[in-house]
Design a protein around this ligand. Sequence first.
Ligand SMILES: *Cc1c(COP(=O)(O)O)cnc(C)c1O
Length: 381
Amino acid sequence: MKYPDVIDEVRRIMWPKPLKLFTAGPVACFPEVLEVMSLQMLSHRSDEYRALHKDTVLRLADFLEAKESTVLLIPASGTGFMEASIRNAVTPGGKVLVTIIGAFGKRYREVVESNGRVPIVLEKPPGEPVLPEELDEALKKNPDVEAVTITYNETSTGVLNPLPELAKVVKEHDKLLFVDAVSAMGAADIKVDEWGIDLVFASSQKAFGVPPGLAMAAVSPAVFEKAEKIPGRGWYFDLLKIKKYLDSQWSTPSTPPIPQIAGLNAVLRIIEKMGGKEAWLRMYAERAEKIRRGVRDLGLELFAREGYYSPTITVVKAPEGVRGVDVYKAMRNRGFEIAKGYGPVKEYTFRIGHMGYITDEDIEELFINLREVIEELKGGK
Ligand SMILES: *Cc1c(COP(=O)(O)O)cnc(C)c1O
């Protein structure tokens, strides 16, 4: 028996009208990803599942240039690994240098605090990156921190931190480095071994363009060694347990999101067919450049400091007298789901996400409509 009516019923809830997505995540997915995700389920203890898990881990490790580190795939959103980094690799009551350039850096501070560790904060105003000399100074002042956290791409402000330079400073001070690359991985380069990152994590629903539910990370041997000595790691996010299941059976302690892993596998294959990592990252860089050009052509200003523009999201200052949320609403009425401003700069910005399945024609249509919307709003209509 098949019940096509239930599909229509659900579709009417989710998609009462068509929308082109320029979101901060979840983002639009490749058709191949959605198709592979509709395959029938299989046991996560079967040989077939193990083959899928193994192939996906190896492909992602290759993409991240992580030979010494271990790639973990778990059922969670990216924030799960944020919590795991603190619970597994920082002593209870120990100090962590948390760098903050926007809303997601603040989340890291909350995760540190709520897990009974002590955040030492290095905070920059919204729109600014962390600079290597500032990080160096903060580490000189606080030699007793066990780890440093960095938001690679701050999704609330559209700033890409200079991660390779910052990582170098962290290594000079011999601290563990945890990187929130949730909106960077898949679009901004990451060289895990070469840059010396101890734990870098992301979510499926951002730059890889896969539905939400899968978190991925590359974890260094130093983190696993440290975890041996940390009490109270819990069960669900115990990195040693997760690694044990990976090493012994190419699977996870609890049930993995099999469709998302199949989806990620498909994307990693698409990347390969499009010419590999470099070609893929170039596609993202060119798309971002095109969107920034479109914004400037409308006479609007970018929020991020020049030279630190995000490859995955552009934050735009709304014109004088126009609220960011009104731009969002007007665009939605025209069939474009952009992203509202987020965090402290919410009122006077709006955001255009560039992640996932977006065509050049989509971008052209977006700007034709955005031009009209801005004119209307400026005219007070
Ligand atoms: C989206 C996002 C998160 C949160 O990711 P979840 O998958 O919702 O846990 C964290 N950090 C950054 C930089 C993000 O863009």
